[in-house]
Ligand binder design. Structure first.
Ligand code: SF4
Length: 437
């Protein structure tokens, strides 16, 4: 029997391209394929996906910041096999345009409205639209507890109350804090407007993004920050969810399989990969608590207080050929040494190169690998000019000096992000270079 093989030209190797299941992307450790789901799966199904990742790849799986599973270390021979065998599992795979809803949609008594019907209507109506940017993304957010406000979206619909009515605020580009407001619409008009905007973007070519239509529109002023998905949540109908996650979004298949077996043993029947590299397991209060205990012992993040959950680290070296540093090793050390700095008010960004895959937005503090060592960047994206450059060996000591400076200078009620911003990059640079906080 001849193994199916990908045409080389079918392998989408552009930086920034979307590594979908059928069009994997080349990385430092081989091809990477994305398995995007639009609904919950069972622990047994996740365990089966992990076994496929072991059989066809290197057994490493990512859970992306948007909650997609990614199998790593595939080859041109094995990637099509993974594609075929994943499809044979009959999972709720996303096909076509990404229209994302929060993971508790329909289960959250605090949400203004269940966003799934509007999201599904947009998915259906957008089927015939060709030529959109590969990473085009819509968010439909019912405004519950676990929101998608920090994720970038070309088009975002957020439920709002307008008197007795429930409407949708439609925004273009950015996370919710910087999205530009296009208008407030009822269900039908929100769907029609979203489709009309998609048609305009398609006509502008496959590089056009939502922000390209936002010129002159007002910036959204009342966005609320999203909360951490890690920890225990009470949902409607007596259901609970426990948010767990591998450190820095990457796990060995065998560890995830063990977690899935334990979830099954506890009677947990469904789970969703979700935002911020999390896995949300749904079950009884007792089962969720017991799974958290098991997961904590196995090294998973189980609480919003875990400093590792406040670090965004890309795969780094050796998984990515563009990386000059071992991001996960640096991030682990930062979490262990500087937990006081990592209070959840910002994501410490540890990136293997200035592309900044793990955190496309500005961060209060970024560590970026360079040919000579590490650049420190304040209040910006990874590609911004650094305020200091340090050697790899000095990373922990430099971070500790910044953490000590914040600890000494922090005003009452001030969080780390606000303190870092108030101190400014000159003070941070002085602390790093003088060797004193
Ligand atoms: S940011 Fe990290 S994962 Fe992305 S290209 Fe650079 S080194 Fe690779």
């Amino acid at each position: 029997m001849t193994a199916p093989s990908l045409e080389r030209k079918a392998l989408d190797m552009r930086r920034g391209a979307c590594p979908a299941l059928s069009a994997p992307m080349m990385t430092g450790d081989g091809l990477l394929a994305r398995i995007a789901l639009i609904d919950a799966i069972s622990p047994g199904q996740l365990a089966e996906l992990c076994r496929l990742a072991q059989r066809h790849g290197n057994g490493i799986l990512d859970i992306s910041a948007r909650g997609n599973l990614q199998a790593r270390g595939l080859t041109e021979i094995s990637a099509p096999m993974l594609d075929t065998e994943v499809r044979a599992l009959n999972l709720p795979l996303r096909e076509g345009l990404a229209v994302e809803v929060p993971p508790f949609a329909g289960l959250d008594e605090t949400e203004i409205v269940d966003p799934r019907p509007v999201a599904e209507a947009i998915r259906q109506a957008a089927r015939g639209i060709e030529g959109l940017a590969p990473k085009m993304c819509l968010v439909v957010d019912g405004h519950g507890r676990l929101r998608l406000s920090h994720l970038l979206a070309d088009i975002r619909l957020v439920a709002v109350r307008s008197g007795e009515n429930i409407c949708w605020k439609l925004m273009l580009g950015g996370p919710e804090t910087t999205g530009k407001i296009c208008g407030v619409f009822d269900d039908a008009d929100a769907i029609a407007t979203a489709i009309s905007l998609l048609q305009k973007l398609a006509a502008m070519g496959n590089k056009a993004r939502g922000s390209d239509l936002a010129n002159g529109l007002p910036v959204n002023a009342d966005a609320q920050p999203s909360i951490s998905p890690f920890g225990l949540f009470a949902l409607s109908n007596g259901f609970h969810a426990i948010g767990l996650g591998p450190a820095f979004g990457q796990a060995k298949a065998e560890n995830l399989i063990a977690l899935c077996y334990e979830a099954e043993r506890l009677g947990i029947k469904s789970l969703k990969p979700a935002l911020d590299h999390s896995l949300l397991f749904f079950g009884t209060h007792e089962a969720c608590k017991a799974l958290a205990t098991f997961a904590g012992r196995a090294g998973f993040i189980t609480s919003s207080a875990d400093p590792r959950g406040h670090i965004a680290a890309c795969p780094g070296s050796p998984a990515c050929t563009s990386a000059t540093i071992a991001t996960h090793a640096i991030a682990s050390e930062a979490a262990a040494e500087c937990a006081d700095l990592l209070d959840g008010s910002f994501k410490l960004h540890v990136t293997g190169c200035p592309k900044g895959c793990a955190h496309p937005e500005p961060s209060a503090l970024t560590l970026c690998g360079t040919a000579d060592g590490i650049s420190l960047i304040g209040r910006g994206k990874a590609a911004k000019p650094p305020f200091a450059s340090i050697s790899f060996a000095n990373t922990s000591a430099s971070l500790r000096r910044i953490a000590d400076l914040v600890r000494i200078e922090r005003r009452e009620g001030e969080n780390s992000a606000a303190c870092l911003a108030r101190l400014g990059t000159d003070r941070l640079a002085a602390a790093v270079t003088s060797g004193r906080p």
